[in-house]
Write a protein that binds this ligand. Structure first.
Ligand code: GLN
Length: 284
């Protein structure tokens, strides 16, 4: 006689539903979502094999699977994403932290091994991932994260507390540097840099589910840099460094903008796939 296994059956059905919706790793996502619903890790899911699932657990799982089948990103269904080995709360109002963005933190750490960092500014902080990752690397520093979206700022604030960095971090709602006082040793920024016309063509996880405000860089994707590069003279402390993420194919235009703004480009760093991704600048 075949033993009834509710966990196996639920996983099989969910995998089929996700595969039909053209989700890339249907079995993996189904297992992770079931673990999320049950509040256990993957080993815990295996241990539940052969056991029953309650109707509440089945309903929650069905809901999570339906969201994933509609191409909602795993991170917003789970409400979390790892960045710089830290656990970040994410919401549909925040950009999901990307591994490529870690290049900013890595570069800042390398550049400021000797140069002191007291004040850090993160422009368009979203989840707060850049600011909070940097604060863990510079234990003597204080930081400010700014976001135009109050909903994103609220998530960043929750992350300052969840990561026990609230005593060294402030989060503010604002348009770029408009209401920011003082100068900073490190300015970090992963601005929206997708060309407006390209957004609809991105994968549905991004185009339909990530906040447009966090993606849309205007007609050529460069609007934020045009606004921000000229501000660096007023916002960087002597010896301070600005690190900006940018998109594929934007490096040359950014070099021109940096030059036009009187900034010295220290280096351009590549991402994990070898694309130029982060521009590092100082005031000469
Ligand atoms: N700073 C956040 C990140 O890097 C948000 C960036 C954004 O919303 N464009 O993930």
């Amino acid at each position: 006689m075949v033993r009834h296994d509710a966990v196996e059956a639920a996983l099989r059905e969910a995998t089929a539903e996700l595969a039909a919706a053209e989700i890339e790793q249907p079995h993996r996502d189904a297992r992770i979502l079931l673990g999320h619903v049950l509040g256990v890790d993957q080993a815990g899911v295996l241990r539940r094999r052969g056991a029953d699932l309650s109707s509440a657990e089945l309903a929650l799982f069905a809901n999570a699977v339906a969201r994933r089948a509609a191409h909602e990103p795993m991170a917003t269904i789970l409400g979390r994403r790892e960045f710089w080995s830290l656990d970040f709360i994410v919401s549909p109002e925040t950009l999901i932290p990307r591994p490529d963005t870690e290049v900013i933190v890595e570069s800042a750490v390398a550049l400021h091994a000797e140069r002191p960092v007291r004040r850090i500014l993160d422009l368009g902080t979203g989840t707060g991932c850049l600011l909070l990752a940097a604060l863990t690397e510079f234990p003597g520093a204080w930081g400010l994260g700014v976001d135009l979206s109050p909903a994103a700022a609220a998530v960043a604030l929750r992350n300052t507390r969840a990561l026990r960095l609230a005593d060294r971090a402030a989060i503010m709602v604002g348009r770029w540097v408009e209401a920011v006082e003082g100068r900073f040793d490190l300015i970090l920024c992963n601005p929206p840099y997708i060309r407006e016309a390209d957004i609809a063509g991105l994968m549905p996880e991004v185009a339909a589910h990530e906040p447009r405000m966090a993606l849309d860089g205007g007609a050529d994707g460069l609007d934020p840099y045009r606004i921000l590069f000229p501000e660096m003279h007023r916002k960087l402390a002597p010896g301070g460094t600005a690190l900006f993420e940018f998109g594929i194919g934007q490096a040359d235009a950014l070099l021109d903008l940096a030059r036009a703004s009187g900034l010295a480009v220290v280096a351009v760093k590549t991402d994990l796939a070898g694309h130029p991704r982060v521009m590092i600048m100082r005031c000469p």
